[in-house]
Ligand binder design. Sequence first.
Ligand code: TNX
Length: 557
Amino acid sequence: MQIRIAGLSARTRRALVPAAVLLLAAVGFGVQRAIGGEDGHPGGAVAVPAGPRTADRIIPVPLSVAAGSGPGYRLTGSTVVRTVPGAEAVERQAGEVRRIAEQLAEALRRPTGLPLPVAAAADPAAGGGISLLLDPALPEATGTEGYRLTADATGVRITARAPEGLFRGTQTLRQLLPPQIESPRPVGGGPEWTVAPATVEDRPRYGYRGAMLDVARHFFTPDEVKGFIDRLALYKLNFLHLHLSDDQGWRIEVPARPALTKVGAVSEVDGTPGGFYTAADYQEIVRYAQERYLTVVPEIDLPGHSNAVLASYPELDCTGSARPWPYTGIEVGFSTLCPTGDEVFAFTRDVVAELARLTPGPYLHLGGDEVKKMAPAEYAAFVKRVNDQVVAAGKTPVGWNQTAPGGVGVLQFWDGRGGRDVELKEAAERGAKVIMSPSGHSYLDMKYESGYPLGLVWAGTIDVWTAYSWDPDSLVPLPAGSVLGVEAPLWTETLDTPGELDLMLLPRLPALAELGWSAKESHSWERFKTRLAEEGARWEAAGYRYEKRSEVPWPDR
Ligand code: TNX
């Protein structure tokens, strides 16, 4: 449900920003950090090979890619998308495979106008067309997300041990076609729809590859969130973290606590109308994400970042920390829920129960960042109690790295200042797992460079090179095996339209995606930026906005 009055949105006020952004990008101003070394920053122009897209262009770069020879496979009016039934054990997943085939066919039909019917093929060896095959005999190391793709003049074949792997393979297939394949409508006089010949073997480096959308500072409708999911799916991300509450707004209905949405959802940063998700809205987002093999991680930020809760239930404000409501500024750290007492934990229990009920995924994020008005012992005790409620509700708690003293088992690293990195290491030595979201590299709300019209700068500026040039396993010294993966948070204090999200996301999200998916040995800024340069045409075809950063050798630069 969106509370938004047409014409009053801050979106209107920002209408002039895109022009300014393009202008600034065109002038190519900016201070680049000086870095030496052969793979240094930002490098000069690199020639982008002309001609059809080839297999070495895929982002994130696959485990192994061999470009084939010959003309590749051309989609025609007689191309069929086949699902190939395999062993009995996998037949149970036949419905899921069929859905993946339908999704693929639908995506390819839109730009090509080809019929691309989906059919079950009796014979796995039957050539031609595009075939999707579950094959439990693939090496175990393939895992659930790995896949093998071969494309030659006779057809395209994707095999995987699980449906998820087939889906990831279909995202690679999209990238083997010309960029216009991303167009949501028929491409008149379009190109030949040829899949580049290739053999790809692929599987991810990390099991957790996420992005976070802050729907609290500015609300985004379910359809807008679906658009965000589309972008993540293309780069093989598998977690969507939704930041559902903060000082400026509470964004999910909790029937036992109706004031949270009656009062706490009415506005957002800048004072524009806010909004919230009903249970049905949220479940629709979860379903849409699931169909793209992304798991939703809901976050309720406690005990700080809680002004919207305090406005809704003033009795939870025993320290007088609330600001007048609605709160439309962007200061952090002032609000605090009552640290002790039955009422506050009855409240958190109600919220946790509802989120657990609505969320099929394993994780529930309890926030825990930037609490400036609680004694450390009180804070740790608070976190521990909510942590235990999450566990009792059958979910795995996740917290920002400050929650380490509260015993949270999955910690999202964002800020190592003030000895937090040491605290994190100690927690990891006790067995905690870590999701890497270093603010200086992966915060997509940081400006590309100073003077950029959108975003913040408190963690520095993040150009594409900075977003790409770090290693999740070694940025913070942690025991081997502690890192579950990576996540790119997109905070929205300064962003309130999908177009603005895109400008911050593209081209930096693919950098994060490659760090999360691709083998460490394959990381190379020189090669990455050349691959990235080809994505621009795909985003243009898709209607996505992106920032034409000067460190990327776009073909028409
Ligand atoms: C810090 S990162 C925050 C957020 C802000 C963000 C802005 C984190 C856990 N807390 O409340 O939105 O900076 O970049």
